[in-house]
Design a protein around this ligand. Structure first.
Ligand code: FEO
Length: 410
């Protein structure tokens, strides 16, 4: 029988892995799965911190029953975040443990009624409230919009564990370990953590910053988010990552994202890329929109300072996949990037104007020249593309504050 994994003598991981879902939120690929983390605290009182999605419930309940050993019940279910990937199991838990009180803030209770029609046996808490379990004591910190209005974090004082909801979470199922110090190479996990952040949480970066300020005074020994690894050795590192990402901090490098219907925009992309490489732009990532899911492209644009977008004109406007990407970026409200744009057209232009308008709306800085070619690019056009690459590198090297839109002027 599976009984969960201990974090310490009181707290156990009782989460489940999801390796069946193809797209998280039906939007974001999760080829390596995802975990829904839930934690059982065994003390004089028994508290469950967050539940799981309504999958693998047999395994989930087996872990909980194993820990309760038939002698105890659950006294409290703390809901830090009620999105159904964490509350899908609430109804069945309520049926099995009818005396279990559900703990959340006022907004949690509104959503609990809306999603699960649960309206009784509730304990509504406010910011700063505490709940004694015996030797363990829980503090509640309301941290709205990370990632829904009701989100809060729960800090267990005795073992200094912060249950942080989605914040500090990451994609990937927990295969070879549930703790950061059990993973030999954290690099691939951190890539998936960034992808999760950009795809799901990044839009609320300002609120992440507020949440980080709020928990800054806590002496945190272990970070336990609702997805991904539990940070027991390098919790400060995980906090730093989320801090940097939510301040839109970027590393040196450029991402080229392009689409090409008949090869013209692709030729232009190659000229820009060669120029970036020869000018030593730093890391260079090239993504063909028709081949790479926007989920991965978002993460790279969040990671690197420079972004160059290349699009053919399609029916007098942006190529649809580029249109989709720009809408996603606007929705995610990423700030402080330096952009270049290029594209090709047949019988009508349009893509470059739309890309220029997009860069203005994003308040990104635009590097000259804007290159638009009718038909196939000639030698002179490719020189302009190379100049765009060189100017991008020059601009990134200055290190001046970013975000001033020059309207394409040098
Ligand atoms: Fe993991 Fe916002 O739910």
């Amino acid at each position: 029988m599976s009984t969960g994994i201990p974090l310490n003598e009181n707290i156990y991981w009782t989460g489940v892995n999801d390796r069946q879902t193809g797209l998280f939120e039906e939007l974001w690929p999760i080829p390596n799965g995802i975990s829904y983390n839930s934690f059982l605290i065994l003390d004089d009182k028994v508290a469950l911190i967050d539940a799981v999605k309504d999958i693998s419930l047999d395994r989930y309940l087996e872990k909980i029953r194993g820990l309760l050993a038939g002698r105890r019940t659950i006294d409290y279910l703390i809901i830090d975040h009620i999105e159904p990937d964490h509350s899908g199991a609430v109804k069945i838990l309520r049926e099995i443990f009818p005396g279990m009180q559900i703990v959340g803030n006022k907004k949690t209770m509104d959503l609990l009624a809306a999603f699960h029609d649960i309206r009784d046996n509730l304990l509504t808490v406010s910011d700063g409230d505490t709940l004694d379990l015996g030797r363990c004591r829980l503090q509640f910190h309301i941290t709205p919009m990370v990632h829904w209005p009701e989100t809060m974090m729960t800090f267990e004082e005795r073992h200094q564990v912060l249950f942080s909801g989605d914040v500090f979470g990451g994609f990937t199922a927990l295969d070879d370990g549930i703790f950061d110090d059990e993973i030999t190479d954290l690099g691939p996990y951190e890539d998936e953590m960034l992808r999760y952040f950009t795809n799901v949480i990044g839009k609320y970066s300002v609120m992440v910053q507020k949440a980080l300020a709020k928990i800054a005074g806590l002496d945190i020994r272990m970070l336990a988010a609702t997805h991904g690894l539990i940070w027991r050795n390098r919790s400060r590192h995980a906090i730093d990552l989320y801090d940097r990402w939510s301040r839109y901090e970027a590393v040196d490098g450029v991402v080229i994202v392009y689409a090409s219907m008949y090869g013209s925009t692709e030729k232009m992309m190659e000229a820009v890329a060669r120029s970036l490489e020869s000018e030593k732009a730093g890391a260079l990532r090239v993504h063909n929109l028709a081949r790479v899911h926007a989920s991965y492209i978002l993460a790279d644009i969040w990671r690197y300072r420079g972004v160059v977008l290349g699009s053919p004109t399609y029916n007098t406007g942006l190529f649809p996949l580029m249109d989709h990407l720009t809408r996603l970026l606007e929705n995610k409200m990423l700030r402080d990037r330096v952009a270049g744009i290029f594209g090709s057209c047949g019988w009508s232009g349009g893509a470059i104007k739309e890309l220029g308008d997009f860069v203005k709306r994003m308040k990104w800085e635009l590097v000259a020249p804007l290159v638009e070619v009718k038909g196939s690019p000639g030698a002179e056009d490719l020189k302009h593309c190379a100049l765009l690459g060189a100017n991008m590198v020059k601009r990134l090297r200055t290190g001046k504050p970013w975000g001033v839109n020059t309207g394409g002027l040098p």
